[in-house]
Design a protein around this ligand. Structure first.
Ligand SMILES: NC(=O)c1ccc[n+]([C@@H]2O[C@H](COP(=O)([O-])OP(=O)(O)OC[C@H]3O[C@@H](n4cnc5c(N)ncnc54)[C@H](OP(=O)(O)O)[C@@H]3O)[C@@H](O)[C@H]2O)c1
Length: 397
């Protein structure tokens, strides 16, 4: 499927180059309108225990919204497009509020003032995180999101003092990236004296199910990462590297190739464990054609690729993936004396895990288990939080 997609993409790019001109739709940018009295009247009067899910009708937002009741959460749903938001809210019996993000600070604040927590599920976060965070600070509302974009998480970390002054907890990356890895990294780090190296090996498709592994939002967020210099955590610093490392291992008699990836652990697990060198590798399921990172450097290229993602990629993983796919993560912490500790997590499919992990963290916040400032999940809630996700198991190795 991936090969077919890549071929289609490359053909399309060539055709576009040949024609020399492509008329692409500009990304949607709804004009913010002041909230009506009716919209404001639907919002909770007392903020305690109230959650706003923004981006509720996306693939991940709708999965989380559907599962919220299982965690005792009755959210208000939000997003910028009423025609997608209203049917979802009506089908689940929740209130909704239509809100855009850019240039809409006052409206966002007046909405967030009604909520204890915002679960921000609209990405790429390169564009969506800052306006929501600005409003969360002004409204005194705790903030969780699903970003895996390192530069966004680093920007959050740089605002730690603002969050402390506002007395809110900001915890980005409460999905598959990085709840399981961060919890596992804290677990192995605690077993070794003064660890200096952390290696994480990931296989995202253990009980292989054919078809895409990504939602469109994840693919577009990946473009934002591709468009930036490749940074890796080495000796306490994020340093630029020209290309990712490639390693091999043998699993059940078969050789696997793993490619280093800029997983958010390089920021979050540095905070959680203090380990100065962090390398994350993913089992490779085919090379990304080198034209993609090149195209992603340019605004036009990103618009082209985003449009193609919307046209050609399915909304998310295929039917059956959530029921059958599993992922496996092995983390190893090593110290200067060569002593090490390893453990392996087996988890459900990445999006299903995300639906649960984000709500598990949300529930903790509503139960009063939060600290002001920038927080990471493994540091704040400890290594066992991930074991609360149904189907997750951990084994020492
Ligand atoms: N860390 C993880 O493990 C993990 C797991 C799942 C998802 N994610 C991230 O979560 C985000 C959403 O993923 P998804 O699977 O739900 O993707 P999706 O199905 O493409 O949905 C994206 C959602 O974001 C909204 N959105 C995008 N840009 C927006 C903007 N500028 N202003 C307001 N709303 C905007 C979309 O609304 P419109 O339809 O109106 O554009 C839609 O509701 C992505 O960034 C993805 O990478 C991370």
């Amino acid at each position: 499927m991936r090969i077919v997609l890549y071929s289609v993409l490359i053909l399309f790019v060539c055709a576009a180059a040949g024609i020399g001109y492509l008329s692409l739709p500009e990304p949607e940018a709804a004009e913010p309108a002041p909230l009506s009295a009716a919209e404001l009247a639907k919002l909770p009067k007392e903020r305690k225990g109230q959650v706003l899910i923004y981006g509720a009708y996306g693939f991940s937002g709708s999965g989380i919204s559907r599962l919220a009741a299982d965690y005792g959460i009755t959210p208000v749903l939000a997003g910028r497009n009423e025609s997608k938001l209203k049917p979802l809210a009506e089908s689940l019996g929740y209130e909704y509020v239509v809100l855009s993000l850019p240039n809409n600070h006052d409206n966002l604040v007046s909405v967030l003032e009604h909520f204890e927590l915002v679960l921000h599920i609209a990405g790429p976060y390169t564009y969506t995180s800052e306006p929501m965070l600005d409003a969360a600070i002004a409204a005194g509302t705790h903030y969780l999101d699903l970003t895996g974009e390192n530069h966004v998480i680093q920007a959050d970390l740089d605002r730690d003092e603002e969050f402390i002054r506002a007395n809110i907890m900001v915890m980005p990356a409460v999905g598959y990236d990085v709840v399981p890895t961060d919890c596992l990294n804290v677990y192995v780090a605690e077993k070794v004296k003064d660890p200096i190296n952390l290696t994480v090996l990931m296989n995202g498709n253990v009980n292989a199910v054919a078809g895409a592994g990504l939602s469109r939002g994840t693919a577009k967020s990946g473009l934002e990462i591709l468009s930036r210099p490749l940074l890796m955590r080495q000796n306490g610093e994020m340093v630029m590297v020209s290309s990712p490392k490639v390693i091999t291992r043998t699993e059940e008699g078969r050789m696997q190739t793993l490619v280093q990836i800029p997983w958010a652990d390089m920021v979050t697990s540095f905070v959680s464990t203090g380990i100065p060198t962090i390398e994350v590798y993913q089992v490779s399921d085919g090379e990304v054609p080198s034209i993609f990172p090149k195209l992603a450097q340019y605004r036009f290229g990103r618009r082209l690729l985003s449009w193609m993602i919307d046209e050609f990629l399915p909304e998310g993983p295929p039917p059956g993936a959530q029921e059958n796919r599993q992922t496996q993560i092995t983390s190893t912490a090593t110290n200067a004396a060569g002593e090490s500790a390893s453990a392996t997590l087996t988890t459900p499919e990445a999006y299903l895990l995300t639906f649960h992990s984000s709500l598990i963290v949300a529930k903790r916040v509503l139960d009063g288990d939060w600290q002001s400032g920038f927080q990471t999940v493994g540091k704040m809630y400890g290594p066992d939080l991930v074991l609360e996700v149904p189907g997750v198991t951990r084994e020492d190795s």
